[in-house]
Design a binder for this molecule. Structure first.
Ligand SMILES: NC(=O)C1=CN([C@@H]2O[C@H](COP(=O)(O)OP(=O)(O)OC[C@H]3O[C@@H](n4cnc5c(N)ncnc54)[C@H](O)[C@@H]3O)[C@@H](O)[C@H]2O)[C@H](O)CC1
Ligand SMILES: [K+]
Length: 491
């Protein structure tokens, strides 16, 4: 897993690494520029296109100059747009300015005429993680020029204007891609910044984690390679009891589809036995839609101890008696998954939180979360509040969206890297409830269930999205769940 750092931490880390390895800081910049240039050449192979690189006065601009040199023999026309005399810029900027070959044209920002270039590749190197105040003056003009241009826009490290660990106040470059170095920066993961960051790509510049020392704040970025080792393994003697008995509760009239989706997802994630509690009028629909599931009648709800995991809330309705909900929570005595109306009921009757078993996994989307904790200004606040909440109630908060965050009672906070925009579709959350309940039922620790569940759900969405694009529906995610296990070679 990768640590997620703040702007200040990145700079401290860079310095620690440079001094211990006895390298010059321009050499680290050269690695970053090489990574960027390689990615650019591979992904934008039309070398006849003009490349315009905007270079601010700091090391982000220095990266831009180094990139200009590295790609100058590949692309036919490379131009640098600068804002300050080189002598007023950072030392590594100056080094790279001197090393610019003659084939790279240089133009002062005020003289640059954006109308004269057709469909260029625009590279934003105005500011990186060193930004320390809202942008104004000439640099703001630069940001506006980039945003007015038509072409592919790629930000170096962070889109200029976005603070590395806080919410944007003011304007910033709207990039299609952000190629960030070594560690994801927290603010690149905020939903408010999606239109600025575009697609985020991570490039390793060879700084080992050990240089982080005590700087890690427990914010970690979860990638594909982190997941297989978190899984429980089963063998040929495993029987359906080992894979867990899961009960799902929800699905009022008109919303029983949510239980159908959750039940199918639970089964596809590997649960041995799935029981579903829905109103009597909906039982038949459920049995016909998911013959593998069993319908739990009220007598079966009296003894909840026989279930290995319980998922509550999708399509449940807000008319549920809070005392009934409290009774369920009180009698479960093991972590549960709570979603949708289960969360809305908690928001409506906050006293119910006292009964939520510790270790439970709550899966709000942004609106549901804001119903629970009011007064959220931006994602930074949300993340802090989710953390506080997870600690206070000893539960896991899975805050859904791009880079779903998982806030844990031990103070750690994880960010998921799988998933895509096509998953913002009806029923996608019900599928996640099923996946999480299934892993809990298979005996996973709630933290492992949450990390694996969120990753597999996103990965299934990626596999389905590759085929279905914007036509993706929640059932497609369910159908792709088995492929996630096959690809990870899990047994
Ligand atoms: N390991 C890495 O991540 C590496 C990153 N590199 C690149 O270096 C930048 C960070 O460079 P730095 O010089 O610290 O910051 P900036 O380029 O963002 O420059 C800021 C510069 O401008 C001043 N400033 C800050 N805010 C404003 C403002 N609103 N208006 C005007 N001026 C402002 C500030 O005082 C600085 O002097 C990082 O993002 C990477 O792109 C290296 O390549 C090495 C490896
Ligand atoms: K930038």
């Amino acid at each position: 897993m990768l640590n997620i750092l703040s702007g200040t931490q990145v700079k401290v880390l860079d310095r620690a690494y440079i001094s211990s390895e006895n390298i010059e800081s321009w050499q680290l910049m050269e690695r970053a520029a090489n990574q960027f240039a390689d990615w650019l050449v591979q992904n934008f192979p039309d070398f006849g296109r003009e490349v315009i690189i905007f270079c601010g006065p700091g090391n982000n601009g220095g990266d831009g100059l180094a990139i200009a040199r590295l790609i100058s023999e590949t692309y036919k026309c490379v131009m640098v747009v600068f804002f300050e005399e080189s002598g007023k810029c950072s030392a590594d900027y100056q080094t790279n300015w001197r090393r610019l070959p003659n084939s790279v044209s240089r133009i002062f920002w005020r003289d640059f005429q954006s109308e004269t270039v057709q469909n260029p590749i625009v590279i934003d190197g105005i500011f990186g993680v060193g930004i320390n105040r809202p942008v104004e003056g000439v640099f703001l003009e630069g940001i506006r020029i980039i945003n007015r241009m038509i072409g592919d826009k790629i930000a170096i490290d962070v889109p200029s204007g976005i603070p590395a660990d806080d919410c944007l106040k003011g304007e910033a470059v709207k990039a299609d891609y952000t190629v960030t170095f070594q560690f994801p920066k927290l603010s690149l993961l905020f939903p408010e910044h999606a239109a600025f960051v575009g697609k985020m790509l991570l490039k390793d510049i060879g700084i080992p984690e050990q240089f982080l020392g005590g700087m890690s704040e427990g914010r970690l970025y979860v990638q594909y390679k982190d997941i297989p080792s978190m899984h429980r393994r089963f063998n040929q003697f495993s029987h359906k009891g080992d894979f867990g008995r899961v009960l799902l509760i929800g699905g009022k009239t008109g919303k029983v589809g949510s239980m159908v989706l959750a039940a199918k997802a639970t089964l596809r994630t590997g649960s041995g036995l799935v029981f579903v509690s829905v109103p009597s009028s909906e039982k038949q629909i459920l049995q016909i839609s998911v013959p593998e599931a069993m319908v739990a009648d009220n007598s079966e709800l009296r003894d909840l101890s026989k279930y290995d995991a319980i998922g509550i809330g999708p399509g449940w309705g807000l008319e549920i008696d809070p005392d009934y909900f409290a009774e369920i929570l009180r009698s479960v005595k093991r972590p549960v998954v709570i979603d949708a109306d289960g969360l809305n009921l908690l928001a409506k009757y906050p006293r119910l939180f006292d009964f939520v078993p510790s270790g439970s996994i709550l899966t709000p989307h942004l609106k549901e979360f804001e119903r629970i904790v009011s007064g959220v200004a931006c994602h930074r606040d949300r993340l802090e509040k989710a953390m506080e909440f997870a600690r206070k109630h000893q539960i896991y908060i899975v805050l859904k969206g791009a880079y779903t965050s998982i806030s844990c009672p031990d103070g750690s906070q994880y960010f998921n890297s799988s998933g895509n925009k096509f998953m913002a579709t009806a029923g996608s959350g019900d599928v996640l409830t099923g996946v999480l309940s299934s892993f809990l039922g298979q005996g996973y620790h709630p933290k492992q269930a949450a990390l694996c569940g969120v990753f597999h759900h996103g990965m299934a969405g990626d596999l389905a999205g590759a085929k279905k694009n914007r036509g993706l529906i929640a059932s497609d995610i369910i159908e792709s769940i088995p492929e996630t296990f096959v690809q990870m070679k899990l047994q």
